[in-house]
Design a protein around this ligand. Sequence first.
Ligand SMILES: *Cc1c(COP(=O)(O)O)cnc(C)c1O
Length: 410
Amino acid sequence: MSETKSYKSYFQSALDNVREEGRYRVFQDIRRKRGAFPKATWYSDPTHEREITVWCSNDYLGMGQNECVIEAVKSAVDAAGTGSGGTRNISGTTHYHVQLERELADLHAKDRALIFTSGFVANEATLGVMRKILPDLVIFSDEMNHASMISGIQRSRCEKVIFKHNDLSDLEEKLKLYPHDRPKLIAFESVYSMDADIAPIEEICDLADKYSALTYIDEVHAVGMYGPRGGGVCEARGLMDRVDIIQGTLAKAFGMIGGYVAADDVIIDAVRSIAAGFIFTTSIPPSTAAGALRSVKILKISQEIRDQHKERANALKARFRDAGFPFIDGDTHIVPLMVGDPVKCKAISDRLISEFGIYAQPINFPTVPRGTERLRFTPSPFHSDVMMDELMAALNVVWDEFALKRQKVA
Ligand SMILES: *Cc1c(COP(=O)(O)O)cnc(C)c1O
């Protein structure tokens, strides 16, 4: 016991480091309100609560509160109970999983799809087995790739080459250095959620053809949201057949939990048969698969909600522009407001929630580079003009209070 105690100082000093770097995380305790998205109750301490407007949810389209999705989840619980009861191989492949995989394959116009516990696990497990399949593989990875892809690539122990973010000439320079017949894979995202920009997918696929590389795209922030059926940016740009492996999540626009990859039959069959992160874990609950299935089906035929979403994102950007706030004016639904200081970023967020009932999470290092700390706003179709009025009034107060700069308004 005393030995254990002496270890504690190491844990403490690890924490001290995190604190000193200004990246100690405090979770906000909230309860979402069904039917009132994006409103929630915030528990500032065990005895105090207040109503807030959530401005930083990844439930981008409010599908986590969609009545039809809720109904699908409830009736699956009624029909099949709670857990799946096993790994996919040992009694955990329920009819709900089979249907959902078919639906996801269809969404991305691929032969087959494979569900994982989360989008993180989908990336980690799929990229993680690549060397077992292609022993000499080199993976070319965008420098802004998500932690889950980085983890998968590390796990694979493949040779890794990092290219500059969305930089085609840097990518080509690096591809050129390897023999044409050496197996290669280019791993990148469509929508990068912290900078709100989109990859030049077609040009990356052209390079992949030229240098004979496989392509792997993370469409986590795009599935359900872009493309006429919500198939992501690849669908919107008519590129689904040019990307070999499409990875997505059920947890953001689809409002549930779980992740997946979609690809050719043989690719999925190999990942299914070899990836430890797929094999040795219990499958998602049938009700989760049922809810996700309903959500995917709804969003396939809901172009109007995507249009509304775009309109709301543009409305928020217009307000930020008029106020001279330094935001990243990207081509996506995400609106990062740059603060550039970890302590102020956290303090502003604290003021917004405690004083104004507005919840925008500070995004600090290591999620974004130091000096680029920001508040990341994700307006949804349900963020009304009144909510935007309230947000702007609050931001104007705190922005001046913290003496932050404004850009000249054109
Ligand atoms: C959120 C995220 C993931 C992980 O997806 P989860 O389903 O939340 O585990 C993967 N890639 C990117 C780019 C993400 O933002």
